[in-house]
Design a protein around this ligand. Structure first.
Ligand code: NAD
Length: 390
């Protein structure tokens, strides 16, 4: 059980690029990183507008001289300090991730980067090569992967409790963009502009989340081929999709299906993963994150509750408050950030085996997310045809 004890030797000196005042996800990064003192927020280039960024940094109690106007100045100036930052989180619009991540790795920093990591496999592989060469961590914030019931599901699947795995259904389908809300909302506007998001909207923005959860649950399954059909129900979003269906054939005959949508009217979030085996199924839904449905064929449905002693040791290890009280996004993210910190410390002492054992979404997950989106777009552009997965 997590009690907030310091798990790293010394808190990691940390900065943020983006995640400024009013941003959607900046606060989640800070909540997660600062929750158990694994990180110390010491510097930042928090906003595309330097003045706003400085003002916000100061409000976060970052020293004024360490609130920088842009990421290049941040990396250059911090490198000159004996107490300069060791790690940076990147919470900016997608089109900036590649350049900022590359610059951070070149500056010798560990990185936590928002998804999607970048736009092309070529870019992703460049980042992977750089991370390996510099022996730096690149963590990707697939936040719910840190939820204890995802670890529970993984343990149950590995133990064979579902029987032979046959199907995996993934979805992230909310309804918040059922109309052209981007006309009034800047945080949505960049999401439907290829200049800022590259080749896809919901595939990169939403689908990569449940896709990574499924990767976590079924670590040995490789996709053989996939087929994607995508639509722009709000026509002004074309060529970017606000809805997509993906069918996947995995090695070993497992079938996968993923639905990503921003126009699922009335749905709040709709992120679900359901793994179906020959004996039983498991289903997790982010709107009810404290319950895992375990459905054994021919028996009453069982609801496994977070925090209970009957869960696996891996799941109980991540518990913070015991059963009954709800835990959710912030705790899942904090678990993930705690592991990112341990991985950074392990890499600093060249212990790659310890990093592997942590099971975090690292650079491989980042590369795979980009590869998957690239294949989906290729299939959709060719008229929703099967494409081999390479
Ligand atoms: P947003 O538009 O709400 O906020 C972006 C922030 O970045 C703003 O503060 C902006 O001023 C700042 N910014 C933009 N360019 C910058 C630059 N070059 N240098 C410094 N700051 C800059 O966006 P958001 O919704 O918070 O999304 C940011 C990223 O987080 C995106 O990649 C998005 O896909 C991702 N995201 C992830 C999750 C998740 O669950 N992991 C959820 C939401 C968003």
């Amino acid at each position: 059980m997590i009690q907030g004890d310091l798990r790293v030797t010394v808190p990691i000196r940390w900065a943020m690029v983006g995640g400024g005042r009013g941003s959607q996800i900046g606060y989640s990064h800070r909540c997660a990183a600062l929750r158990d003192n694994s990180f110390q927020l010491l510097a930042g280039a928090f906003d595309i507008d330097p003045e706003r960024g400085r003002d916000f940094g100061e409000a976060l109690r970052v020293a004024p001289e360490r609130c920088y106007p842009d990421y290049r100045t941040l990396f250059a100036e911090e490198a000159k300090r004996p107490d300069g930052i060791q790690a940076v989180s990147i919470a900016t619009p997608n089109g900036t991730h590649f350049a900022i991540c590359k610059a951070a790795l070149e500056a010798g920093l560990h990185v936590v980067c928002e998804k999607p990591l970048c736009f092309t496999v070529e870019e992703a592989e460049t980042l992977r090569a750089l991370a390996r060469e510099r022996r730096r961590l690149v963590g990707v914030t697939y936040g719910y992967a840190g939820h204890q019931l995802i670890r529970q599901a993984r343990a149950m699947i590995a133990a064979g409790e579902l029987g032979e795995i046959r199907m995996v259904h993934m979805q992230f389908a909310h309804g918040f963009h059922s109309e052209a809300v981007e006309l009034a909302n800047p945080s949505t506007r960049w999401r439907v502009d290829p200049k800022h998001v590259g080749p896809s909207y919901v595939l990169g923005d939403l689908a990569t989340h449940p896709y990574y959860i499924a990767e976590t649950l079924l670590p040995d399954r490789r996709i053989k081929r996939l087929l994607c059909s995508r639509q722009s129900f709000v026509e002004s979003r074309a060529p970017l999709e606000d809805n997509a269906y993906v069918l996947m054939e995995y090695e070993g005959g497992v079938m996968g299906h993923l639905w990503a949508s921003a126009v699922n009217a009335g749905s709040m979030h709709g992120q679900k993963v359901r793994v179906i085996g020959s004996k039983a199924s498991l289903e997790w839904w982010d709107e009810h994150p404290n319950q895992l449905r375990y459905e054994v064929q021919g028996e009453p449905v069982r609801i496994l509750e977070r925090g209970m002693d009957y869960l696996s040791p891996e799941a109980r290890e991540d518990d913070r408050i015991g059963a009954g009280h709800p835990e959710g996004l912030f705790e899942a993210w904090a678990n993930l950030y705690g592991r990112f910190a341990l991985a950074m410390e392990a890499l600093d002492r060249d212990d790659t085996a310890a990093v592997e054992a942590l099971g975090i979404p690292g650079i491989e997950a980042g590369v795979e997310g980009v590869r998957w989106v690239e294949h989906c777009v290729r299939s959709a552009e060719a008229g929703a045809v099967w494409v081999d997965y390479r």
